[in-house]
Design a binder for this molecule. Sequence first.
Ligand SMILES: Nc1ncnc2c1ncn2[C@@H]1O[C@H](COP(=O)(O)OP(=O)(O)OP(=O)(O)O)[C@@H](O)[C@H]1O
Ligand SMILES: [Mg+2]
Length: 186
Amino acid sequence: MNPKEVLRKSIRLKLDSHSAKERRAKSLAIGKKLFRLSAFQTAKTVCFYVSLPEEVDTAFMIDRALRSGKRVAAPLSDLKKRELALYEMKNRTELVTGAYGILEPPPLRERSVKASEIDCVVVPGLVFDKKGNRLGRGKGFYDRFLKGLDRRVPRIGLAFSFQVAEKMPVEAHDEKVDVVLTEREG
Ligand SMILES: Nc1ncnc2c1ncn2[C@@H]1O[C@H](COP(=O)(O)OP(=O)(O)OP(=O)(O)O)[C@@H](O)[C@H]1O
Ligand SMILES: [Mg+2]
């Protein structure tokens, strides 16, 4: 196994033994931090990942962002082009299960959101380090997506503290985040 796969596997084991209760409590704490970030507060259009069951829960963050009047975009995996397409979502009930079991917005042409319209992006990851390096699920979707965004657009990674590593393998194509929010103080 390559070094990235080794690290993914060890973090997946920890995610498997993380209880729903812990996930819920930690996600709430992470959400509070997100809503306190000025980069997030000032953003009119925010791109959110829609969480899988083991990830930092973004469902309530998306609801709150929508209630506060933000425009929320969510990605849809285009398997042929191997890229993420963004669509505006108006509420979570309209999401449908897409590739990799991820809930995705309906791909309505009038709801298509261009990368240039995004003011802030909330990024998932399996592992981050303190420098903002990021390891995803190994398909390169977020690496390609982030590469296509203006580098001034704030990139906010969400993770449980056990997903933050001291050191991790990084390749030239790996895109970083600007900040990693965890449930830990500080
Ligand atoms: N900008 C890019 N252009 C072309 N291929 C890329 C680019 N970024 C990543 N890839 C390819 O994607 C594959 C997976 O990359 P990597 O292991 O870094 O995925 P990851 O960061 O874990 O995944 P993700 O970004 O979806 O969360 C690699 O084969 C890599 O070469
Ligand atoms: Mg990568």
